[in-house]
Design a protein around this ligand. Structure first.
Ligand SMILES: C[S@@+](CC[C@H](N)C(=O)[O-])C[C@H]1O[C@@H](n2cnc3c(N)ncnc32)[C@H](O)[C@@H]1O
Length: 156
């Protein structure tokens, strides 16, 4: 499982996403530009020491990310404009979950490049989740679907 942050614009969210990726065993990618240095202290304050478990691979641009990206892995975009509910999507272990900017989401070209566009159903009147929270919800759902029965028994 892979998590990609598209042009993150709030350093604390990058820190939270690093921790989320580490805790759910996902590889982390960051697509630049972001509005701050990726060694910012605000990131470290939230990521704690989890960056050692999920050190991000940084791509200078969206096109550079696409060049590095394995075509076998499906690009699964989380978007408030998604046409499929997260709960109805069947994840695969090699899926890549992509999240947009806290301010503006993901642009049309990223929507067009995605193999699937998922929305997390929210309560009436709620607009969007925090980006790191959305990533955590999707990774947790993917892990729930892909869990091995023997692992579930072992954790009881
Ligand atoms: C704060 S939201 C972006 C809000 C932006 N105004 C929009 O509507 O796209 C930041 C990112 O979190 C993810 N996200 C937040 N809530 C979501 C939801 N209900 N369904 C799917 N993705 C969501 C998306 O990846 C989104 O790009």
């Amino acid at each position: 499982m892979r998590l990609v942050l598209y042009q993150p614009d709030i350093p604390q969210n990058v820190g939270a996403a690093i921790r989320v990726a580490a805790c759910f065993g996902a590889v982390l990618d960051i697509v630049e530009p972001s509005g701050f240095p990726l060694d910012a202290k605000e990131i470290r304050r939230v990521a704690l020491d989890y960056a050692a478990l999920a050190p991000p691979t940084v791509h200078a641009s969206w096109n550079e990310f696409l060049r590095a990206y394995s075509p076998e892995s499906r690009l699964v975009l989380l978007t408030t404009r998604g046409e499929v509910d997260l709960w109805d999507f069947r994840f695969r272990a090699d899926d890549t979950i992509l999240v947009g900017r806290e301010s503006a989401g993901a642009p049309d070209e990223v929507h067009a490049a995605a193999d699937a566009r998922l929305r997390i159903p929210l309560a009436e009147g709620a607009r969007a989740l925090n980006v790191a929270v959305a990533a955590a919800v999707a990774l947790a759902e993917a892990r729930r679907q892909l869990r091995r029965p023997e692992a579930a028994i072992a954790s009881r």
